[in-house]
Design a protein around this ligand. Structure first.
Ligand code: 5GP
Length: 116
C-alpha cells in the first residue's frame, strides 16, 4: 500500500497549506518553496513514478495540469507566466514516490537544466 508523506497529507495526518482539493486531486504549498509561489498538485490515486503511468492514467495526469492552470488564473499570475515540473527517479530529482506536479511562479524563473 502506498504511504508517502503526500498520502499522509491527503489523510490529514500531517498539516499542509492546502489550496485546492476535489475528489481526484489535492494541491498544497511546498514546504521548501523554490519560487515565490510553489504548489504541489497530487493525485489521490497511488502512482509512484511517471514510469508507472499507463494510458488509463491519462485523465488524472491531465487533471493535474488543468488544476495548475486554473490555480494560476485564480491567483492572477497566469498571464505573467509560470512553470510546471514533474520529476522522475534519481536524475529527475524525485524524492517523494507519489507522482506530483510542481507549479512554480511569482518571479522570472530563468532557464532550467542540469545543476552542473
Ligand atoms: P520531488 O523532489 O519528489 O519532485 O518533490 C517533492 C517535494 O515535496 C519537494 O519540493 C519537497 O520540498 C516537498 N515536500 C516534502 N515533504 C513535504 C511535506 O511534508 N510537506 C510539504 N508541503 N511539502 C513537502
Amino acid at each position: 500500500m502506498s504511504d508517502t508523506i503526500f498520502d499522509r497529507i491527503i489523510r490529514r495526518e500531517i498539516p499542509a497549506d492546502i489550496v485546492f482539493e476535489d475528489e481526484h486531486l489535492i494541491g498544497f504549498r511546498d514546504i521548501a518553496p523554490q519560487a515565490p509561489v510553489h504548489v504541489l498538485f497530487v493525485p489521490k490515486t497511488p502512482i509512484a513514478r511517471l514510469n508507472d503511468l499507463t494510458p488509463a492514467h491519462a485523465e488524472i495526469v491531465g487533471r493535474l495540469a488543468v488544476a495548475a492552470a486554473d490555480f494560476a488564473k485564480q491567483e492572477g499570475f497566469a498571464e505573467d507566466g509560470y512553470r510546471i515540473v514533474m520529476n522522475c527517479n534519481e536524475h529527475g530529482g524525485q524524492t517523494v514516490f507519489q507522482i506530483h506536479l510542481h507549479l512554480l511562479a511569482g518571479a522570472p524563473l530563468g532557464r532550467f537544466g542540469t545543476s552542473k
